[in-house]
Write a protein that binds this ligand. Structure first.
Ligand code: ACO
Length: 430
């Protein structure tokens, strides 16, 4: 049988090394023995942006980017989106198995009964200006939860970790809804245990006056499905941020805040907002060819937002499922007027050599913004909805990292390319 090793010859010294291969990887720490001379630090891997570096072993999400496959704990995303619900998927992602009926009931009960936030959280959120971006409000308020639950520092206690994870799943929709109401100048609506997880969120967003709020079941199911599609995506930027910050053994509220702020960026979760800005900028279907020309001629300056992905080099499976959700939502809300521009962009891009040769396909953000807009959310709120969906992934990955005996505090190396040693020059002589 072929040996699971890699032979390396260092041409600087003529020495040869045999490095073990495990799970398709070599450990870059094994390269350290390769030295040009005794004083040499040893060979490192250089990989800005982690293009070809695994930083953990994970049993949560499997992606085959070339084939367009996405699975949570081995279950295909298509089946989960069609047959499951968000809380069940959150349980699966966090615990590794689908819940039994009793486990699902208990989980739903405990989440439902942790949705309230301390009244001071409300006052804290009131402190933001009327035009605060809801992602800034969400990130700051989730960070503030660590001050409300100091025992969350107890990250070595599995029961404490479990409670903090439940708290986050339960309270994030409340905080997210408060940030929405704050921007609208509307009073905050308290959680109502009579609703489902997503129904309660919709009620906290929409309820006006004292009469009961009737949840539209199609929009409830659509949002639930969107949350499922976003629930985890292995080592993306925000999950990596959560893991890296969590590796310092800080409390989970602080670690997840890192995930939220990473998601805020326009190259990550902020892309759904950027798609809408782009569609607004294009303005009319007749301007689509000019815009495509600008993207192709712009040397990366202008991007077709909602296209391209670090791992999917064929169609993003979530984008396919989202198109179906879009049809169901538009049937309720009427067509989004920007849909024709989006469809034309997609049609041209899927045929155009520039996009085809670079394997640029619509990603999850291309259609999600159109759906959120049709549901009545302002564009700066889209990433908040993404964050609500991604939360189970962040906390499950955080938990997995903490119980992995191979993990330590994350601390990448650098290769220093700055000035050599020199003497300080007093300001009068500079
Ligand atoms: N529009 C036009 N050209 C693009 C796009 C795009 N959306 N994405 C990549 N390219 C081009 C690059 O300019 C580059 O061209 P070159 O080879 O001529 O220099 C080539 O395609 C490869 O792109 P990279 O930037 O190297 O790809 P990378 O894997 O680093 O980036 C990313 C992935 C960030 C998602 C990128 O495709 C992008 O910026 N897309 C738009 C933003 C977006 O939709 N983000 C959401 C991602 S999904 C998510 O976070 C949930």
């Amino acid at each position: 049988m072929a040996k699971e090793t890699l032979s390396i010859t260092d041409n600087r010294t003529g020495k040869s090394y045999e490095i073990p291969i495990q799970d398709g990887c070599v450990k870059t720490a094994d390269l350290r023995q390769i030295k040009a001379n005794e004083q040499d630090f040893g060979l490192m891997g250089y990989d800005p942006a982690f293009l070809n570096t695994a930083n953990c072993k994970s049993a949560i999400t499997f992606i085959d980017g070339d084939k367009g496959i996405l699975e949570y704990r081995g279950y295909p995303i298509e089946q989960l989106a069609e047959k499951s619900n968000f809380l069940e998927v959150a349980y699966l992602i966090m615990n590794g198995e689908l819940p039994t009926k009793k486990e699902a009931e208990d989980f739903t009960h405990v989440v439902t009964h942790h949705t309230y936030v301390h009244e001071n959280v409300k006052s804290f959120m009131d402190g933001f200006r009327y035009d605060a971006h809801p992602m800034s409000m969400l990130a700051s308020t989730v960070a503030a939860l660590s001050a409300f639950y100091p025992e969350a520092k107890n990250i070595k206690d599995p029961e404490s970790r479990r409670i903090q994870m439940i708290r986050m799943i339960a309270k994030m929709p409340t905080i997210a809804a408060f940030s929405f109401r704050h921007a609208m100048g509307l009073p905050y609506v308290y959680p109502d245990n009579e609703y489902s997880y997503v129904g309660n969120f919709l009620a906290m967003i929409r309820k006006i006056g004292t009469s009961g709020y009737k949840v539209n079941p199609v929009l409830e199911k659509a949002l639930d499905t969107l949350f499922i599609l976003h629930a985890d995506h292995e080592q993306n930027c925000s999950t990596t941020a959560t893991r890296i910050v969590g590796s310092s053994q800080v409390d989970p509220f602080s670690a997840v805040t890192a995930g939220i702020t990473a998601l805020y960026g326009p190259l990550h979760g902020g892309a759904n907002e950027a798609v809408l800005r782009m569609l607004r900028g294009i303005g009319h279907i007749s301007k689509v060819p000019d815009f495509i020309k600008e993207v192709k001629g712009g040397q990366g300056e202008t991007k077709l937002m909602g296209f391209g992905h670090r791992v999917y080099k064929s169609y993003d499976p979530r984008a396919k499922l989202i198109k179906r959700v879009a049809d169901q939502v538009f049937e309720q809300t009427g067509l989004n007027p920007k849909l024709d521009i989006a469809l034309e962009l997609e049609r041209i891009a899927l045929e155009d050599e520039y996009f085809v040769s670079r394997k640029l396909y619509p990603n999850v953000d291309f259609y999600s913004g159109l759906i959120y807009q049709a549901m009545g959310y302002p564009s700066d709120y889209f990433t908040v909805l993404f964050a609500l969906g991604r939360l189970p992934g962040w906390i499950a990955q955080w938990n997995e990292m903490l119980i992995d005996p191979e993990q330590k505090i994350s601390r990448p190396l650098q290769t220093y390319v700055g000035e050599g040693l020199r003497d300080f020059v007093p300001i009068s002589d500079r």
